[in-house]
Design a protein around this ligand. Structure first.
Ligand code: URA
Length: 243
């Protein structure tokens, strides 16, 4: 796996991305003994020897998986009652789930040992988009779009941040993710895509509840720039480039 030199150095704890860019520009960094001036240079961490001011930098060995979480698994490292998502990825290297999906929610979940990345993806200040496909118990009303776009009261101290709702019609490509048993719901206007930038407890279910609908099926399709691949089956995980 190849990664950018500046990302490798930042992940290895040498400094922030801009600090390591400065180091590279000041010609303090070598790849296999040769000085490099380009932060975007690609390196192979397992094969190349990277040094800063003559001292070799060890990779921290971060690993991140994208899991297609099936319903029935809890997002915890350990649980006494239910199977955990950790059973679905290789068991090593201090992995943990990046945030939580409810036990009955399916879809894109990251599992990593990279605490910095997890923090960046989850930080409320970074407003990382997450898109969910939701099947409702009744047709979604157009008024929900406006309510969600300004934020709704869901019983917390503050209303939700503005969120984007799209009510699916028969032509929505995201319907390809819908389990067959819910296909008729799309024709009935009961399937919607909701993009939120927060990660409050049961947030999507509570937002629909606040406007008068209940979520009967929920799947996360995207997280930041990542999209759940159609080819990734439920319960399968793939490694993703560090984010
Ligand atoms: N919102 C929910 O209500 N549940 C999830 O699992 C994720 C977001």
């Amino acid at each position: 796996m190849q990664i950018r030199l500046d990302k490798f150095l930042a992940d290895a704890g040498i400094g922030t991305r801009s600090e390591v860019k400065n180091l590279i520009k000041r010609k303090a960094v070598t790849i296999n003994g040769v000085c490099v001036a380009k932060p975007e240079r690609k390196i192979t961490p397992d094969a190349d020897e990277i040094a800063v001011n003559g001292t070799t930098v060890a990779a921290r060995g971060f690993v991140t998986y994208m899991l297609h979480k099936p319903a029935g698994y809890v997002c915890a490292v350990k649980d006494d009652r239910f199977p955990t998502v950790m059973e679905l990825v290789p068991q090593n290297r201090d992995l943990f789930p990046v945030g939580r999906l409810d036990k009955d929610t399916e879809g894109l979940l990251l599992i990593t040992n990279d605490g910095g990345m997890a923090h960046r993806m989850l930080s409320p200040r970074r407003h990382v988009d997450k898109t969910y496909l939701a099947v409702l118990d009744r047709p979604a009303e157009k008024a929900y779009i406006d309510s969600f776009s300004v934020g709704v009261e869901i019983g917390d101290d503050t209303p939700t941040l503005p969120a984007r709702l799209v009510i699916c019609d028969g032509g929505s490509p995201e319907l390809a993710y819908l389990p067959e048993k819910y296909c008729a719901c799309a024709d009935a206007g009961r399937v919607a895509l909701l993009t939120i930038q927060e990660g409050r407890y049961h947030q999507v279910k509570r937002m629909f509840h606040a406007v008068g609908s209940e979520v009967i099926y929920l799947k996360r399709l995207t997280f930041g720039t990542l999209v759940l691949p159609m080819s990734l089956k439920k319960g399968e995980a793939i490694r993703v480039e560090a984010l």
